[in-house]
Design a protein around this ligand. Structure first.
Ligand SMILES: NC(=O)c1ccc[n+]([C@@H]2O[C@H](COP(=O)([O-])OP(=O)(O)OC[C@H]3O[C@@H](n4cnc5c(N)ncnc54)[C@H](OP(=O)(O)O)[C@@H]3O)[C@@H](O)[C@H]2O)c1
Length: 337
């Protein structure tokens, strides 16, 4: 028997400060319609960058007016099923990636949006959609090849540590940036060829001294000054994929005044491309299946941040934690044991 209400995190107003934008609400547990299933979320993935930008109201393709629900990926258990749902049973473990479906203890969704899995483990959150983004960004936006030099920024983060492994599996020399010994340790275990802890070494100097031919593919999650350095070090026909710009999410964008970027790119026939998962939606299913296969056959490893976050109340703390750059691997919140 479960309680008749549950808690969820809601954006009540737009604010540059995530903590000021959100509130916890207690609402009745819904009954699924005929084509829906009711899921009890066990774990949800924290996407602090996306959350912050959503609560600022600065994501152009998302047209939301507060109040709106938050969180995306979750894994959990099917609790109830609509009359016409053929392929789920109560007790099934499922993974979901519905916008607004993550930061809540229960969600009701059309059954076709749930994906049956063998067990509701947090590793799956890291693959769907975080790992999918890494794979599609590298291959489609970045046109990843073999035997090239690939640089991943925020390499020990949720997205970055999957990108590092995929670039290695494709047969590349991989450089990863990070900010601590614990992160460097993870990157070493994942086979990263050159780890740059930027609190100990200067990224620009390392690239200048050790990679005089430049970097063929940059997977940049950080933006700001790191983006500038990466553009400087692109190889001939190098590609830089803007996966995110987390260094600016909690700030007003920096106004820069300098010659247009084509002055940097043109002479090397290099390019800067941006990646946004919704614009590559047709690649999602194949990427998901490949990633799950790589995970289940132990060809890639999934790192979950060791600091535990429990319950809806911990989500604002987890968001702040991720934005402070302390995390090693994917940050997740657990709703029940
Ligand atoms: N385009 C898409 O479709 C898509 C999809 C998923 C994620 N993303 C983007 O991918 C990036 C990583 O997201 P994630 O959720 O996986 O986070 P994450 O990488 O697990 O955590 C963020 C990491 O960024 C690094 N960082 C560097 N400079 C920072 C700064 N000034 N402030 C905060 N962090 C800084 C930190 O690692 P170090 O301290 O080691 O540098 C931190 O651990 C974000 O930019 C996110 O928006 C984009």
């Amino acid at each position: 028997m479960h309680s008749r209400t549950y808690k969820k995190l809601v954006a009540k107003q737009f604010s540059p400060d995530f903590q000021l934008a959100i509130a916890i609400e207690e609402v009745p547990i819904p009954t699924p319609n005929s084509d829906e299933i009711l899921i009890r979320n066990k774990f949800a993935g924290i996407n602090a960058g996306f959350d912050t930008l959503l609560c600022q109201g600065t994501i152009p393709y998302v047209n939301l007016t507060p109040p709106f629900d938050l969180g995306v990926e979750a894994v959990g258990e099917v609790i109830a099923i609509g009359d016409t749902v053929p392929n789920f049973r109560v007790g099934d473990a499922v993974a979901t990636t519905v916008r607004g479906g993550g930061y809540r203890e229960y969600q009701v969704i059309p059954a076709h949006l749930a994906f049956k899995v063998s067990e509701a483990i947090p590793e799956l959150l890291t693959l769907m959609p975080t790992g999918i983004s890494a794979l599609v960004a590298l291959e489609q936006a970045g046109e990843m090849k073999s035997q090239e030099t690939v640089l991943v920024t925020a390499a020990a983060g949720g997205t970055g540590h999957i990108a590092v492994q995929l670039a290695k599996l494709a047969g590349n020399q991989v450089i990863g940036t990070c900010s601590s010994e614990a992160k460097a340790q993870l990157l070493q275990e994942l086979g990263c060829d050159r780890i740059i802890n930027y609190h100990q070494e200067d990224l620009d100097s390392v690239l200048q001294q050790e990679y005089p031919k430049g970097i063929n593919l940059v997977f940049d999650c950080v933006g700001g000054a790191v983006f500038n350095t990466c553009v400087e070090h692109l190889a001939v026909r190098g590609r830089l994929v803007v996966v995110g710009f987390i260094s600016e999410y909690a700030k007003v964008p920096q106004i820069v005044s300098q010659p247009r970027i084509y002055h940097k790119l043109f002479w090397k026939a290099a390019s800067v491309r941006a990646f946004l998962m919704p614009h590559y939606a047709e690649h999602m299913v194949a990427a998901r299946d490949r990633l799950l296969n790589l995970f289940y056959t132990r060809k890639i490893r999934v790192a979950i941040n060791p600091t535990p976050f429990h319950g809806i109340e911990s989500i604002p703390i987890a968001v702040q934690y991720l934005l402070s750059g302390k995390n090693v691997g994917k940050v997740v919140v657990q709703f029940y044991r």
